[in-house]
Design a protein around this ligand. Structure first.
Ligand code: GLN
Ligand code: ZN
Length: 758
């Protein structure tokens, strides 16, 4: 009969006990044996939960001590020499060394897992000698069976995806790497088969990206090799995050089952399967429950979809599953006590999604009448939120539509604004500035806690913030910076801060998801129409400006970043949410200008994160992302200087879009891709103000004057000196006070040298 399946479950635990255990172990507060013990408890708890809910195919080996890609690298002995690994089972010191760095060796790079906010550790093949160090999936399978009687489904990152995500080799070496890895994969699978494992899930999310002819050939090699070596093992080849383009080639692979995403790749996958059919000898993993969003599914709608699929695949060959691992959603809504009933009822986190999977599976077996109450309930809660006041702000909808009907444009083109701004601000050549935040010391965090707990009055807290601003305004003047900032001491998080002050947002108590390693984030929920309620940043910025003759830059988070770092409603297009945010931010920009702030920075570090995986959809996304930024910033006078800031990823292939944002000045992180970025500016002749970060803020090391001088010189070879600004790579909130001051002093010295030479 039809089965239910999960593709992976969140590791962090309902109380983030996983995070706490990791951090306790790292700080030496937890012995290794006890650490293993605690993690096992967490792992078994999660398995038990899935078992109790009645999931048929329960994933094992999705659990990790840090990251599943790192696990795969460790399992295959792909460990850079600098970690002095000597063979055998990889010790935790080496494993965590790769993830976090050691005294003598820098950590491996970390980067985003496809278009999610989860980060994986990038395997480094360069000097690795692959060998199977331990069959982790087998251990996970045995544990589940022995402790809980669960017939688990081991989950493994597939070879094509693993290699594509790795670095340290050239394309011409791809196939020889595949040759070296395949036997190790085969060994893992053979041991699983010998143990009696029935189902294995091999994750190949890379199949939703653009594949070349050789890639398709590699896929055939991989899965034909598996079919020949472990003929009795049921392999489900799992894709997710989008539809696959090479559907025919993929369904022809010799595997037992194939999983598709029928949420994020719905239209593509559904039309492929309908027009091209699905092989009669295979099982279809139908990912109908969203593994990434937080909303309850319309069960009637999902059932309809599944029924459509059962016309193509018989029920005994259908698996009802989540669209991807539930790693990307919080654990449970059960403990949310502060949300409105309307909102809470419409949410489904991991545990609630498991219930949906089980229910849909049952519905197919017994027919929709047998689950009528549940279907009605799901219709009701969705409709209740849909009809809520917060989702039906006609004032906002009309205002945004009106704004949208005009072209968002500054009153003058850049060249003329530039002249007006030069005349007004009289800045020196190569103006110096910072990105916004200054160190959030223990004292700052403490003060915020006291205020949040109500132990400090609003007045007391505001007074404390003013003191911090004073300290840093003086420091910035003393260091000799040209454009100052207030330091963002009143903010914990650049999205949450604004969300709390805008309508349409809600905040969960426990809606944590893993971002990387033990770091978890609790994204705000945009559930209603977003609206400006009152000034958000004017008070602190105005105060800072009153303390100095230098210009103080106002500091806002941009619409796209706020959206991409939140969980958002799905009843309207993302584009509309972005416009609502943009319109709200425009009101803040105007309020700052009114209050006498003449430079305003609107940060957009997360623009790239929203980029669709499918190339065909990217241009459209970038267009409305740029438009949103312009809506937020275009109404100011020509002398008001709009800044923006970008970081966290590579921007070299989207310089046209960055230019189209039409910000008077952009500060951009360069430490991660300096060469490439400079090269692309060379090709693009960027024509607006630009500060390429001259030092990496991720390290406590104080950059020397010479280093920064050479960065500046290199940038000036391609950029117009008249447009060049000097600044660090990113905000300084995670740094210490003294190192920040020393680094900025060196930066100002390097600037003086550059000024003398140009
Ligand atoms: N203005 C923010 C800060 O300085 C920007 C942070 C970011 O780029 N992520 O902290
Ligand atoms: Zn940044």
């Amino acid at each position: 009969m039809v089965k239910s399946s999960a593709l992976g479950y969140p590791r962090i635990g309902a109380d983030r006990e996983w995070k706490k255990a990791l951090e306790a172990f790292w700080s030496g507060k937890l012995e290794e044996a006890e650490f293993h013990h605690q993690l096992q408890d967490i792992r078994l708890n999660h398995l038990r939960k899935q078992q109790e809910k009645g999931i048929d195919l329960i994933p094992v080996n999705d659990f990790s001590y840090y990251d599943h890609v790192l696990d795969t690298a460790a399992m295959f002995g792909i460990i850079p020499k600098r970690f002095s690994y000597e063979g055998g089972v990889v010790p935790l010191s080496v494993y965590y060394g790769m993830a976090r760095g050691t005294k003598g060796a820098t950590a491996s790079e970390m980067t985003k897992w496809f278009n999610t906010n989860y980060h994986y550790i990038v395997p480094e093949l360069a000097d690795a000698s692959p060998a199977l160090t331990e069959n982790k999936p087998l251990a996970a399978y045995r544990e589940a069976k022995e402790k809980l009687g669960i017939e688990g489904k081991p989950v493994i990152v597939g070879p094509l995806t693993f290699l594509k995500l790795s670095k340290g080799y050239s394309q011409s070496e791809f196939d020889s790497w595949l040759d070296r890895l395949l036997p190790l994969y085969v060994q893992v699978l053979q041991e699983l088969a010998a143990e009696g494992v029935q189902w294995v899930q091999i994750d190949e999310p890379v199949l939703v990206t653009k594949l070349s002819g050789p890639d398709i050939q590699r896929l055939k090699t991989i899965y034909e090799t598996f079919a020949a070596s472990v003929p009795n093992l049921n392999i489900i080849l799992q894709t997710y995050f989008e539809s696959v383009d090479q559907y025919s080639e993929i369904v022809a692979l010799p595997v037992k089952g194939i999983g598709f995403d029928f949420v994020h790749g719905l239209s593509g996958n559904l039309s492929s399967i309908k027009t091209l059919g699905f092989p009669a000898d295979k099982v279809l993993g139908a990912g109908v429950i969203d593994g990434r969003g937080i909303w309850k599914a319309s069960l009637r709608g999902k059932l309809g979809l599944l029924e459509e699929l059962t016309e193509l695949v018989t029920a005994d060959r259908l698996i009802v599953q989540s669209s991807c691992s539930l790693l990307h959603v919080p654990v449970t809504t059960e403990r949310e006590t502060k949300l409105s009933t309307e909102l809470k009822n419409a949410l489904a986190f991991a545990d609630e999604k498991l219930n949906e999977l089980v229910l849909l599976t049952k519905a197919i077996a017994v027919g929709s009448d047998g689950v009528k109450d549940e279907l009605d309930h799901s219709d009701r809660v969705i409709q209740a939120l849909q009809q809520s006041e917060e989702r039906n702000r006609s004032d906002i909808q009309q205002a945004v539509a009106a704004v949208n009907s005009q072209k968002p444009e500054r009153n003058l083109p850049f060249a003329e604004r530039y002249a007006a701004q030069q005349a007004k601000w009289q800045l020196p050549l190569f103006p110096t500035t910072t990105i916004g935040s200054f160190p959030q010391s223990a004292e700052v965090r403490k003060a915020r806690q006291l205020w949040r707990k109500g132990e400090w009055s609003q007045e007391q807290y505001a007074g404390f913030i003013r003191e911090q601003i004073n300290i840093w305004i003086k420091l910035q003047e003393e260091i000799g910076l040209d454009v100052l900032v207030h330091g963002e001491f009143e903010r914990t998080d650049m999205v949450e801060f604004f969300g709390e002050k805008l309508a349409g947002f809600a905040f969960t108590q426990n809606g944590w998801v893993q971002s990387y390693g033990s770091r978890c984030v609790k994204p705000p929920v945009i559930f209603g129409d977003v609206a400006f309620i009152g000034e958000m940043t004017v008070e602190e910025t105005k105060y800072a400006q009153s303390q100095t003759e230098h210009p103080v830059k106002g500091m806002l988070t941009g619409p796209i970043t706020i959206m991409n770092w939140s969980f958002v409603r799905e009843d309207i297009p993302r584009e509309q949410i972005a416009y609502q945010l943009a319109y709200a931010l425009r009101q803040e920009v105007e309020a700052l200008e009114q209050a006498g702030i003449g430079m305003i920075q609107v940060d957009e570090p997360a623009v790239r994160e929203g980029l669709p995986l499918k190339e065909a959809e990217q241009a459209n996304y970038l267009e409305w992302a740029v438009k949103s930024f312009r809506i937020a910033t275009c109404t100011v006078q020509e002398t008001t200087q709009i800044h923006t800031h970008m970081c966290y990823c590579e921007f070299h292939d989207m310089i046209d879009s960055i230019e189209a944002m039409d910000a008077d000045v952009i500060s951009i992180e360069t430490s991660r891709s300096h060469g490439e970025l400079i090269h692309s500016f060379e090709l693009n002749t960027y024509k607006l103000g630009i500060g390429l970060g001259v030092y990496d803020i991720h390290s406590p090391r104080i950059p020397s004057v010479e280093e920064m001088t050479s960065m500046i010189e290199r940038a000036l070879r391609v950029l117009d000196p008249k447009l060049f600004w000097i600044n660090p790579d990113c905000g300084l909130k995670t740094r210490g006070l003294q190192e920040t001051v020393d680094s900025l002093r060196n930066m100002v010295d390097a600037t003086k040298i550059a000024r003398a030479q140009h």
